[in-house]
Write a protein that binds this ligand. Structure first.
Ligand SMILES: Cc1ncc(COP(=O)(O)O)c(C=O)c1O
Length: 395
């Protein structure tokens, strides 16, 4: 049951979203929070549902975490599988996208000289997971995909140009972290399939932000966070593994059920906070009540207009064509900030001195400010970013 503003109050187009009460989210209404993609954020109805679940667990941990555990996990699985459009048999849960990609990579059989093809949009922690493979003598090939590509075919060609006879796996983002670039995953997967290559998709940002039909993508492994754009509490993620790999993929931590099968191996990997997973249905209820199409239209519109306002104000341009983006946009900065420390100085300066939270990112030697669009964002938030950026860059 949605309280605050929900289905009943949501205008059809959501154009009035900016007037909705800020108490609908836990995000501080006094700050321009433009980094939803970083860690997600909680709508108040989901926070309330999560608090109720926590109270229920604490009232009798053994009942919730043992006697009633399996039916609850199976119910969440059925709901999330329908949302992601895959068979529940393919879906297990992990703590986050990092754990999901690490699990898949560590489950595969690597030989010295094997190669993995990835792109220069990959998330740093995924680069770290791939880096672990170097220890086994695996070569990681990182393909450059420029931000100004104009067609899916061009992206496919750029990715596949990294494939050799020694390639064992292709790793692509669904929506990339440093750029917000929405990859043509189905097209990449089709090209990889022609070469007999499995595909792992880092879909950390995809659930909620875009309409996902995992089965239609035709990929082998797909992991998406449920704490970013679905807005369940941190952290929980869905890992979808195609049937032919379900005997191969196993969690790194062998706990109860490890030897009994794919679902069983993941359904209890040791004691952890059960609230994020059990709150996913409440989060999905929240969005279902508002209507996903209207929500996504608002997210996309507010961030696209905002990004153009920022670019106009600082005299640069919005990178990446609209058709390759969703609710994350990047705007080029007029300077190159070549190190993490330099980029963090700007991002942290925005937070500390201007009440603005945005991510400063780098791709192929160019520095960008990354901004997200969420229902709690208004055009004024992007104006505040535009006004603050020159001051922080000059500091
Ligand atoms: C593209 C991408 N992959 C993976 C991750 C890692 O997600 P997590 O920290 O939840 O594991 C992130 C986090 O922002 C991301 O943006």
């Amino acid at each position: 049951m949605i309280t605050g503003w929900g289905a009943a109050q949501a205008p059809a187009t959501l154009t009035g979203m900016s007037e909705l009460p800020p108490t609908a989210w836990l995000v501080d209404p006094d700050i321009a929070y433009l980094n939803h993609g970083g860690f997600g954020a909680l709508p108040r109805p989901v926070a309330d549902a999560a608090a109720a679940i926590r109270a229920e667990i604490e009232a009798n941990p053994t009942d919730m975490l043992m006697r009633r555990w399996q039916p609850q996990v199976d119910a969440v699985r059925a709901r999330v599988a329908a949302f992601l459009r895959t068979d529940a048999a393919n879906l297990v849960f992990v703590g986050n996208a990092t754990a999901g990609t690490a699990t898949v990579l560590a489950s595969l059989d690597w030989q010295p000289g094997d190669e993995v093809v990835s792109t220069d949009h990959r998330y740093p922690a995924v680069a770290s997971q791939l880096g672990v493979l170097l220890r086994s003598g695996v070569k990681v090939v990182e393909q450059h995909v420029p931000v100004d590509v104009t067609s899916a075919a061009q992206v496919v060609d750029l990715v596949m140009a990294g494939v050799t006879a020694r390639t064992k796996l292709v790793v692509v983002d669904h929506i990339a972290s440093p750029t917000g670039f929405v990859f043509p995953v189905a097209e990449v997967a089709a090209a990889a399939r022609e070469r007999g290559l499995p595909v792992l998709v880092d879909a950390a940002h995809a659930p909620g932000q875009v309409d996902v039909d995992v089965d239609a993508l035709g990929v082998d492994f797909w992991v998406g966070n449920l704490h970013k754009w679905v807005c369940s509490p941190r952290g929980c993620a869905g890992l979808v593994v195609a049937p032919r790999w379900q005997d191969v993929v196993r969690p790194r931590v062998a706990s109860h059920g490890y030897a009994s099968g794919y679902h069983e191996a993941f359904d209890w990997t040791g004691t952890a906070d059960a609230v994020p997973l059990l709150a996913v249905p409440a989060a999905l209820d929240f969005w279902d009540g508002l209507g996903w199409d209207a929500v996504r239209a608002y997210q996309r519109d507010v961030v696209t207009a905002g990004a153009h306002a920022v670019a106009d104000a600082i005299g640069t341009e919005v990178a990446i064509a609209d058709e390759f983006t969703a609710a994350i946009r990047i705007v080029r900065l007029p300077v190159v900030l070549g190190t993490d420390a330099e980029r963090e100085k700007v991002a942290y300066g925005l937070i500390a001195d201007h009440g603005v939270t945005a991510h400063i990112t780098e791709h192929a030697g160019t520095t960008y400010v990354r901004m997200c669009g969420q229902l709690y964002n208004t055009p004024e938030h992007y104006d505040r970013l535009a006004a603050a950026l020159p001051k922080v860059l000059d500091a």
